[in-house]
Each structure stands twice: as C-alpha cells, then as structure tokens.
Design a protein around this ligand. Structure first.
Ligand code: GLN
Length: 483
C-alpha cells in the first residue's frame, strides 16, 4: 500500500479497496520501522492521524468525495499546527506548541488530509542540505551517506522513501525544488502569493512560498489544489482565481515554446547533469515542443543579491525570538540584556546566527544603500530578464542543481560552497515566479532534477509539461533500494 500515489489512493478509497484508517496504520508502522535510518520526522502525530483518518472514513461513508479526503500527508515543521510542537528544527522552538493552525494546515485538514507528523528541516529553513537541524541531519534514502537537500529535506526524504505519498514544503531560494531534485521527486514552488503564508514561520517574507512535494506532477496538482487560494489574513496573498490544476495536466505540448537559458549551462554545472537536461529537452521536443536558446543576463548577480536580501529579512523576522514571548529562555538571567543575549545565543544554531549577523550588518545605517538597496535593484533586473524571456517562450528549462547530492558533512567548513548550490533556483524566488523540479535521470546512482519555470500564476502549465514528460519517461517511478 505504501507504493500508492495520491491519485491511486483517492481511487482506492473511492472504490472501498481500503480505508483511510488501514492506510494510515500501515504508513505509521512503516515510519516507526524505517525512519530511524532517515531522521525525516521531528514529530509523528499518531493519535491525530488516526483520529483524522477515522473522521475521513466517516465523511466518505456519508457520501462525501474529494481527492484529498483520507489522504495521508505530513507538514514541514514550520507550518503551525494547533496543539502540536512546531519547532522550525530549532532549539529556540523545541518547546513551542502552536496555538493555531497555519492556513495551509487548516485548508488541507478541511479537505480531509491525515497528518502523519511534522518533518525535519534545516533550522528556520536556512540551508540546502538539511544538516543544520537541531534534531540532527536527514539522510538521503538513495544513499544514506548523502544529504537529501534542504531545507525541506525531511519532507523529501520521507516521500522518496515511500513513508507517505506527499508532503508540504516551503521554498525561499529552492527548498522545495532542490530536495525534490536530490531525492527523485516532483516539487513545485508556486507563484509568490498563490499559497498563504499565514502561520508559516517566516524566514524571508518576500521570498517564502509553500508548496507540494510528491512523486508525480499529477500528485503535486492534487496537493497544490488543497493549499492554494486567497487568504485575507496574509497581506501578500493574491486574490486570483485558482484553476483546476488536475484538469490542466492533459494539454498537448504541440508548439509549446521552451526557452533554454545559456547561463544555466555555464561553468560549475556537472557535465553529466547537463547531458541529462539535454535528454529531457529532446524528450519534450518529441512531444511537439519547440526549443529556443535564450539569455538571462543578470543571473550571475542572483546569489549575491539573494544572500543579502534573505538574511536581511531573516534578521528582522527572527528578532521576535527574544526569550520573552516564545521559545527558549536562558536560566537565571542577570538583567534584560543578558536574557536576550543568552537566550538567542543558546537557542539559535550557527547557520542561523551567521544569517542574522549578515542581515543586521547589511541593514545597518551606512551599509543599507550599499548592500540592501543594491540587492533590490538587482532583483528588479532579474525580474525584467524573465519578463523579456517570457515574451518569446512559454516555459524556461534548465537544471535544478549544479551537482547531485553531496556527502553529509562535505560542505560544512565552507558555507559559501553550499550557497552556490542554489544558483539555478533562487532567481525564481527573487522574481516571484512559479517553478517545478522533476526527475530526469541518475548520476552515480543519485537522482538528478530538471527545472521548469513559467510566468506568474502558470502553475498549471508547469504541471502540464511535467505530467506529459512523466507519461513518456519512467525516472519518477524509480524507488530507492531498501525502501
Ligand atoms: N538554500 C537557501 C538558503 O539557505 C534556500 C533555503 C530555502 O529555500 N528555504 O537560504
């Protein structure tokens, strides 16, 4: 039963082949048996899951239907979940039980999903290897010595290991697409504003966006449907009609114009990944797509701009964790300053502290113009590059990551080398565009992803292209040995 996709689960439940309670028990047993190898969960919510599964079965017995009714999922541990620890993988929030549900959690629960637990992640979503968690590193099911990517690495490892069919993630600079690529999943970062950020613990507010991680584009469509939509409680949520994403899957790719930016194939890209990306281009050409070389001339400035803007926003967002209102408080503070200083020094891990320092520096008087303002200007140039490109093409295609999953610990002494792994993903966040990563082959037994980017609110187009590709390839069906 653990091999079933969300779409197959929906059919099985509708045809009464099994109940949500049976499925939930099977998956909870699998998590108990296999997760000690992976460390993909921070909290398993067994009681909540069984209660939700029984309620979903009762709703079905009453004649209700719905693709998510009774479907088991898990949430990245930065979505507030009422009454459940919501830790952001930080010692700071180790003792924090959210007093309310994030909009995404509430919407999915209303659609009938069953929450199996909260998944491991990089602390405060800062990272691309899932090594910075207070609860320890997550292992990649394709090779337990390698990272699963981050920061949504727990969600990715759990879904890739068939502990559950799909999970939520968030993507500030690639944290859905990059772990999807490194674990052979399909992951979608929606347009900024498509999915509510209310109750999603903020890292960099102008970049953060929640989205689905699953094995197929078809399943991403199902999960995104339950997550997307205007939320008056999030002032950056956009009041735009949500289309039927599943209905968009079957469009023909005849005449679809795919732009391939030359900057995506520059120095630093593993030649074996470049070849797999070219193979995916050929596969899409066979389906009728037309390929056009394009250029995104300001891409080289994306990493420096992102690593000013994201830490700047993080330093501001994380100032609320002061030992007074939320989370960790030091023992026996001498005075208020000592309380702030020691609570924060003890509660935040080294990567989070580094980001706060960089961000506070970039925002400080005298440096604001030189760094933050400059980075915002680059952001506009990057957005303009995309707008120009989308005048000529319908979709942009390239690699998701320059390298396959690296060994745990390999980049620990050099944070900048990890930052460089985000080179292909962060431009979509800076511009607010939707992006998707889909499985496209293997290098040394490790999965490789291809990334698709589309104009604002064209998630349906991304899912359409990925679904058609998946009907004609079988990379996404491969599962890691031992799982
Ligand atoms: N790796 C990037 C960072 O560390 C992206 C993280 C994310 O998307 N949450 O900031």
């Amino acid at each position: 039963m653990h091999q079933l996709t969300l779409a197959e689960i929906a059919r099985g439940l509708a045809d009464k082949k099994f109940s949500s309670e049976e499925l939930t028990k099977t998956l909870l047993a699998r998590i108990a048996q296999l997760d000690p190898q992976l460390n993909s969960f921070i909290t398993v919510t067994e009681d909540l899951a069984l209660e939700q599964a029984k309620a979903a079965d009762a709703r079905r017995a009453n004649g209700e239907t719905g693709a998510l009714l009774g479907a088991p999922i898990a949430h990245k541990d930065l979505f507030c979940t009422q009454g459940v620890r919501t830790s952001c993988a930080s010692k700071m929030l180790d003792n924090f039980k959210a007093p309310y549900d994030a909009t995404v959690v509430a919407k999915l629960a209303a659609a009938g999903t069953v929450t199996l637990g909260k998944t491991n992640m990089d602390e405060f979503a800062m990272g691309s290897a899932n090594e910075s968690s207070y609860y320890g590193a997550v292992k990649n099911p394709w090779n337990l010595e390698h990272v699963p990517g981050g920061s949504s690495g727990g969600s990715a490892a759990a879904v890739a290991a068939r502990l559950l069919p799909a999970a939520t993630g968030t993507d500030t600079g690639g944290s859905i697409r990059q772990p999807a690529a490194l674990t052979n999943l399909t992951g979608l970062k929606p347009t900024y504003g498509r999915v509510s950020r209310w109750g999603m613990i903020a890292y960099a507010s102008s970049l953060d966006q929640g989205g689905p991680l699953a094995r197929t584009a078809e399943d991403c469509a199902i999960l995104l449907q339950g997550m997307a939509g205007f939320d008056p409680q999030d002032s950056t949520s956009i009041d735009e009609p949500v289309p039927d994403f599943s209905a968009s899957l079957n469009g023909s790719l005849q005449g679809l114009r795919i732009g391939v930016p030359k900057e995506f194939f520059s120095e630093g890209l593993d030649a074996r990944i470049a070849e797999l990306v070219h193979n995916s281009v050929k596969a899409l050409e066979k389906l009728g797509a037309v390929i056009k070389p394009i250029s995104l001339p300001n891409m080289q400035h994306a990493i420096p701009a992102y690593y000013v803007i994201a830490p700047a926003e993080a330093s501001s967002n994380l100032s609320r964790f002061d030992g007074v209102r939320f989370g960790h408080r030091c023992e026996d503070p001498k005075d208020l300053t000592d309380l702030y200083k020691r609570s924060r020094a003890e509660g935040f891990g080294p990567e989070v502290q580094r980001r706060i320092l960089v961000g506070a520096y970039a925002l400080s008087a005298g440096y604001y113009d030189a760094y933050y303002l400059q980075a915002q200007k680059i952001r506009r140039l990057i957005k303009n590059d995309f707008m120009t490109a989308f005048n000529e093409v319908d979709i942009i295609l390239g690699p998701t990551t320059p390298n396959p999953a690296w060994k745990i610990g390999a980049k620990n002494s050099d944070p900048v080398s990890a930052y460089l792994e985000d080179v292909y993903t962060i431009t979509a966040n800076l511009a607010g565009l939707p992006g998707l990563s889909m499985p496209a082959g293997f290098v040394d037994g490790l999965p490789v992803g291809v990334q698709l980017l589309a104009p604002y609110f064209q998630e349906g187009r991304l899912l359409n292209v990925a679904h058609q590709y998946q009907l004609n390839t079988d990379w996404h069906t491969r599962s890691p040995a031992g799982f």
